[in-house]
Design a protein around this ligand. Structure first.
Ligand SMILES: NC(=O)c1ccc[n+]([C@@H]2O[C@H](COP(=O)([O-])OP(=O)(O)OC[C@H]3O[C@@H](n4cnc5c(N)ncnc54)[C@H](OP(=O)(O)O)[C@@H]3O)[C@@H](O)[C@H]2O)c1
Length: 324
C-alpha cells in the first residue's frame, strides 16, 4: 500500500511538472533570486525520481513481496526431492542414481532390520562415485515407523515431490505349504507399505500441486508365478492401488504409475539356483536379464515434470517375457 502511494505521488508530480512546462513556463520560483538547486522544476524532478525509485526498490525486494515468488514460480526453481524406498538395494540404487543424474535431491530409504552400518557404507561408496544421497531409516511395513521417517524428511527438506515405492521382499513357497507369516510379511512389505508411504506424502503433494508416485510391481503380478501366490497377489494389488489413486489426484498435477520389471540381474534373482535361472532366461525373448539401470531410466522418465500425461498406467520392462 505504502509503495503504491509513493509510486502514485511520484507519477502525479512528474505529470504536474510536464503540464507546468507546457502551460506555465513562467511560473514564479519559490524565491527571487533563486539558486538553481531550489528551482521549482529541479525539485519536482528530484522528488518524482526519488519516490519512484523508493517504490520500485520496495516492490522488488520487500519480504512481503516475496510472496509473489511462492507457489508456482518457486516450484520451478526449487530442487525437487525424491524418496526411493529400498533405495540401497539392487534396483533401488540404480533408481537413486538415475534420479540424481536428473538433478533431484535423492533420499534413499533403508531398513536392514535396524543395522545402520550397511546403509552408511553404501552411502559412502556412492559418494566416492559422485552421488550425494541422503539416507532415511524406516520399516515400510509399519505405519508408525513410516510416519517418523517421512516427518523427519519433511522437516529437513520441506517437501517430497517424487515417491518411488520400490522396497519389496519375497517369501516363496507353494500355497499348500505357505505359513500365515510368509503371506503376511509379503503383503505388509510389498502392498500395505504402499499405503503407508503414499498416505503420508500425498497431502503435501496435493498442497504443492505437483507429484510423481511410481510403484514398483513385477511381471509376476501380470502373469502369476508358481510358488509366489503371496508375491503375485501383493504386486497385483499395487496395480489396483495405482489406478484408483491416479483418478483421485489427477486434477492436481500428480501422476501415479506402476513399473513392472521382468527378471532383473540383482541379488534377488542371482540368488535363485543357476539351473532355474537359466531356464528363466530361456523364456525371455531378448535372451538376457534386464539391468537395474534400465529400470532406473524408465522411472526417471516417468518422474519427469514433462511426463504429466501418463497416469494410472502400468509400464512393463521384461524383455518381451510377457506381453499384455
Ligand atoms: N530383481 C528383480 O528381478 C525384480 C523383478 C520384479 C520386481 N522387482 C521388485 O523390485 C523391487 C526392488 O528389488 P531388488 O531386486 O532391488 O531387491 P533388493 O536388492 O533385495 O532390494 C529390496 C529393498 O527393499 C528394502 N526393504 C525390504 N524390506 C523392507 C522394509 N520392511 N522396510 C524398508 N525397506 C525394506 C531393502 O532394504 P534393506 O536391505 O535396507 O532392508 C532393499 O533395499 C522390489 O519391490 C522387487 O519386488 C524385482
Amino acid at each position: 500500500m505504502a509503495n503504491d502511494i509513493a509510486l502514485l505521488t511520484g507519477s502525479i508530480i512528474a505529470i504536474f511538472y510536464q503540464v507546468h512546462i507546457y502551460f506555465w513556463r513562467d511560473l514564479p520560483s519559490f524565491a527571487t533570486p533563486t539558486p538553481w538547486f531550489l528551482e521549482y522544476k529541479f525539485l519536482a524532478i528530484c522528488l518524482s525520481y526519488l519516490l519512484t525509485s523508493i517504490s520500485l526498490t520496495k516492490t522488488t525486494f520487500s519480504p512481503k513481496n516475496k510472496k509473489v515468488f511462492t507457489s508456482k514460480e518457486l516450484k520451478m526453481t526449487v530442487k525437487k526431492v525424491a524418496l526411493v524406498t529400498g533405495g540401497t538395494g539392487g534396483i533401488g540404487s540404480a533408481i537413486c542414481r538415475s534420479l540424481h543424474d536428473e538433478g533431484y535431491d535423492v533420499i534413499a530409504g533403508y531398513y536392514g532390520g535396524g543395522k545402520h552400518e550397511r546403509a552408511k557404507q553404501w552411502q559412502q561408496e556412492q559418494g566416492k562415485e559422485g552421488y550425494d544421497f541422503a539416507l532415511a531409516y524406516g520399516d515400510i511395513s509399519n505405519y508408525e515407523s513410516c510416519e517418523e521417517c517421512i516427518s523427519g524428511i519433511l522437516k529437513e527438506f520441506g517437501h517430497i515431490d517424487i515417491l518411488i515405492n520400490n522396497a519389496g521382499i519375497t517369501r516363496d513357497c507353494t500355497l499348500k505349504r505357505m505359513s500365515a507369516s510368509q503371506w503376511g510379511e509379503v503383503i505388509s512389505t510389498n502392498l500395505t507399505s504402499i499405503f503407508n508411504t503414499t498416505r503420508l506424502v500425498v497431502n503435501s503433494m496435493l498442497e504443492n500441486g505437483f507429484g510423481r508416485i511410481i510403484n514398483i510391481s513385477s511381471v509376476n503380478a501380470q502373469k502369476g508365478q508358481f510358488g509366489q501366490v503371496n508375491y503375485s497377489a501383493a504386486k497385483a494389488g499395487i496395480h489396483g492401488f495405482t489406478k484408483a489413486l491416479a483418478q483421485e489426484v489427477a486434477g492436481k498435477n500428480i501422476t501415479v504409475n506402476t513399473v513392472s520389471p521382468g527378471y532383473i540381474a540383482t541379488s534377488m534373482i542371482m540368488e535363485v539356483e543357476e539351473v532355474i535361472r537359466e531356464k528363466i532366461k530361456q523364456g525371455i525373448p531378448v535372451g538376457r536379464f534386464g539391468t537395474p539401470e534400465e529400470i532406473g531410466r524408465l522411472v526417471s522418465f516417468l518422474a519427469h515434470e514433462d511426463s504429466g500425461f501418463m497416469t494410472g498406467a502400468d509400464f512393463s520392462a521384461n524383455g518381451g517375457q510377457h506381453m499384455s
